[in-house]
Design a binder for this molecule. Structure first.
Ligand code: NAP
Ligand code: ZN
Ligand code: ZN
Length: 348
């Protein structure tokens, strides 16, 4: 394997900078890919700045990877050299526990291996992510990409896509259900596309009145500006399901009263401060708060196939890798429509 290069955080405060490292040759069931595009997830920013306290430096972020297969081990069945493969948030797991056997590798009893800033199960190195020129991964943790989709716009499906598809399926977003999405960002805009595509009455909640038109274009039947108590009050006790895609601390008590009887508010957003809420807002209507995390390998493939059939991809702004620090700052200002994707050919 040639020397790898990428952009890395060296600590929680400095901007990402060019960084050289090495990866192993692919083993019998592994593929090597040349990365073409990598999405920029808000988790990359949380991680690079150590907002969750589990950073390992140097850190090459990136877990929304689409690339071309450049080599494959002798036992590889799913991929051929020259084909396209995609990699998401996890790249390995124990492969024998009950969740792994069910194809829910993200819930691996021994802990799944993250695409970056984790200890590799094969060679004990620290995994380096997709803000780089190549990756080596077992074929079980790589996905086929529908040939009709634009590859830059596919990359965000590997995290933002599966993270929203999975809970929308689990909580049965569909006809006759009123489904809310909090936050119109990378995850939120995919959640909205899925809720709409599954036939639910999709309602976008946003802090930003200027996103109203976009939300409607992306599939919202209604838009609520969450800062306006009058708009919020009009929807009290009316939602079956709400997916909270917000990256920053926010008041749960603003949103819980919107749930109808037995309604669920599921968190996918991961602010760095624990949420709090008034118990009365939960006991009323027997409401639930839940959580959801990416998805297993079979469901991720199912999501990609669904996107292929229904022509669903992310709305992306493609950037050169040299603009990654600017992209992080713009993401913090909610100035992204609706996912940055790095064109990795710009990595020289
Ligand atoms: P993003 O693109 O930055 O979007 C976050 C959105 O949150 C913003 O667009 C904004 O929407 C809303 N928001 C921000 N601050 C807010 C505030 N103070 N109050 C209310 N709304 C606010 O981020 P992302 O990439 O979609 O990621 C969202 C979160 O999900 C992150 O915390 C990320 O780490 C997490 N995540 C979790 C998983 C998982 O498996 N559970 C997977 C991936 C990411 P409006 O402008 O519309 O208000
Ligand atoms: Zn992510
Ligand atoms: Zn396992």
């Amino acid at each position: 394997m040639p020397q790898s290069k990428g952009y890395a955080a060296q600590d929680s405060k400095s901007p990402l900078r060019p960084f050289n490292f090495s990866r192993r040759e692919p083993g019998p069931s592994e593929i090597a890919i040349e990365i073409l595009f990598c999405g920029v997830c808000h988790s990359d920013l949380h991680m690079a700045r150590n907002e969750w306290g589990n950073a390992i430096y140097p850190m090459v972020p990136g877990h929304e990877i689409v690339g071309r297969v450049t080599a494959s081990g002798k036992d590889v069945k799913k991929f051929k050299t020259g084909g396209i493969a995609a990699v998401g948030v996890i790249v390995d797991s124990c492969r024998h526990c009950a969740p792994c056997n069910r194809g829910e590798e993200h819930f691996c009893a021994e802990g799944a291996t993250l695409t970056y800033a984790a200890k590799d199960r094969v060679d004990s190195s620290i995994t380096m992510g997709g803000y780089s020129n190549n990756y080596v991964v077992d074929e079980r943790f790589a996905h086929a990409v529908p040939s009709n989709l634009d590859l830059a716009a596919v990359a965000p499906l590997l995290c933002a896509g599966i993270t929203t598809y999975s809970p929308m399926r689990h909580w049965k977003a569909g006809p006759g259900k009123k489904v809310g999405i909090i936050g119109l960002g990378g995850l939120g805009h995919m959640a909205l596309k899925f809720a709409h595509s599954f036939g639910a009455h999709a309602v976008q909640l946003t802090t930003n009145e200027r996103k109203r038109e976009d939300a409607i274009r992306l599939g919202a039947d209604e838009v609520i500006v969450s800062k306006d108590p009058v708009q919020m009050k009009a929807h009290v006790s009316s939602f079956d399901f709400i997916l909270d895609c917000v990256s920053a601390p926010h008041a749960m008590d603003d949103y819980l009263p919107l749930l109808n009887q037995d309604g669920t508010l599921a968190l996918v957003g991961l602010p760095d401060k624990p949420p709090s809420f008034a118990p009365f807002n939960l006991i009323t209507n027997r409401r639930s708060i839940a959580g959801s995390m990416i998805g297993g390998m079979p469901e991720t493939q199912q999501m990609l196939d669904y996107c292929g059939k229904n022509n669903i991809t992310a709305d992306v702004e493609v950037i050169p890798v040299q603009k990654i620090n600017e992209a992080f700052e713009r993401m913090l200002k909610q100035d992204v429509k609706y996912r940055f994707v790095i064109d990795m050919s710009t990595l020289k």
